[in-house]
Design a protein around this ligand. Structure first.
Ligand code: CU
Length: 148
C-alpha cells in the first residue's frame, strides 16, 4: 500500500472541489410591473442571483438621496448595477449579510428587493439608520424574513 495515502488525499481533494462546485446555486428573481418576486431571498455564501423578465427594469445597490449615496451591502462586499432591461446575474456573493437593491425607474413605487447571504449579520445597522418610505418597508420585509 505504498501509494495508498497520496491516492486517498487526491480523491478527497477532488471530491471536496466537486461538492463546492455543485453546491453553489443560482437563484432567480422575476421582475413584474413594479415589484420583484420574491422580494426577499435567502441564499448561501458563494451562490449567485439572476433576474429575469427585466424589460423596463434594472437592479442597483446604490441608493442616492439628498444626503448622498449609500450601498446597503455587507462591509467588504461589492455592489452591482445592471443595464436597463438586462437579465443580469451577480458574481458569486461570498460576503455574508444583507444586500438591498432597487429598480431606479420604479423605486418611487417601491420596487426593491433584498438578498440575505447566510446570516443577516448587518441587518441591525440598517434598522438603526432609521430608514424612511420604501426603504423602511424593504428593511421591515427583511426583518420578517429573518424571523421565520
Ligand atoms: Cu422596475
Amino acid at each position: 500500500m505504498k501509494y495508498g495515502k497520496p491516492l486517498i488525499a487526491a480523491a478527497l481533494g477532488a471530491a471536496s472541489l466537486f461538492s463546492a462546485t455543485v453546491m453553489a446555486e443560482n437563484h432567480v428573481v422575476s421582475a413584474s410591473l413594479t415589484s420583484f418576486d420574491p422580494m426577499v431571498i435567502k441564499i448561501q455564501p458563494g451562490d449567485t442571483v439572476s433576474w429575469d423578465t427585466m424589460s423596463g427594469h434594472l437592479v442597483n445597490t446604490k441608493f442616492v438621496t439628498k444626503d448622498g449615496a449609500t450601498d446597503y451591502i455587507p462591509e467588504g462586499a461589492e455592489g452591482f448595477m445592471s443595464q436597463m432591461g438586462e437579465n443580469y446575474q451577480t458574481q458569486p456573493l461570498t460576503v455574508e449579510g444583507v444586500y438591498l437593491y432597487k429598480c431606479d425607474p420604479h423605486w418611487g413605487a417601491g420596487m426593491g428587493g433584498a438578498i440575505i447571504v447566510g446570516e443577516a449579520t448587518n441587518l441591525q445597522s440598517y434598522v438603526d439608520a432609521k430608514p424612511k418610505g420604501a426603504l423602511k418597508r424593504l428593511v421591515k420585509k427583511v426583518q420578517q424574513a429573518t424571523a421565520e
